[in-house]
Unconditional design. Structure first.
Length: 140
């Protein structure tokens, strides 16, 4: 009976529902892309940007405090930390450091600063378990 009395209202509601569905699907895709900002094959072969992140990790000698496998030493395990650490908090920590906890600032390191997103991708891949060992090679 409602559809006979208000046919336009039904059409508007149907379009609104369609728009919400599309919006939710787009948000789901955006979230998925954010969660895996890297490409990895066979656990050790990564895309060029993630490879640059690995190189930044090595050049900054982050393993001295966070361990060769990001498992933690005097600094925390990045495998664990990246399960809850936001990308913004990661960038802030690397840029500003946490001097009270012994974490230096890397804002004067061009290699690190030019590869912040790539370094995040590498460490996120390690934390997610998609990158299965610390040393990686570039996909060919």
């Amino acid at each position: 009976m409602f559809t006979r009395l208000f046919p336009r209202a039904v059409g508007v509601l149907a379009l609104a529902g369609f728009a919400v569905t599309i919006s939710c699907a787009a948000q789901e895709t955006k979230t998925a892309n954010t969660d895996k900002p890297y490409k990895v094959v066979d656990g050790t072969k990564v895309d060029p940007a993630t490879m640059d992140g690995f190189r930044a990790w090595r050049s900054a000698a982050c393993d001295r405090c966070h361990g060769a496998n990001q498992q933690g030493l005097v600094g925390p395990s990045l495998i664990d930390s990246f399960k809850t650490l936001s990308k913004d908090d990661f960038k802030k920590t690397v840029t500003e450091g946490r001097l009270d906890k012994g974490m230096p600032s890397f804002k004067t390191s061009p290699q690190v600063m030019e590869n912040l997103d790539n370094l995040y991708a590498y460490l996120k891949g390690r934390s997610n378990g998609d990158i299965t060992q610390a040393k990686v090679e570039q996909l060919k």
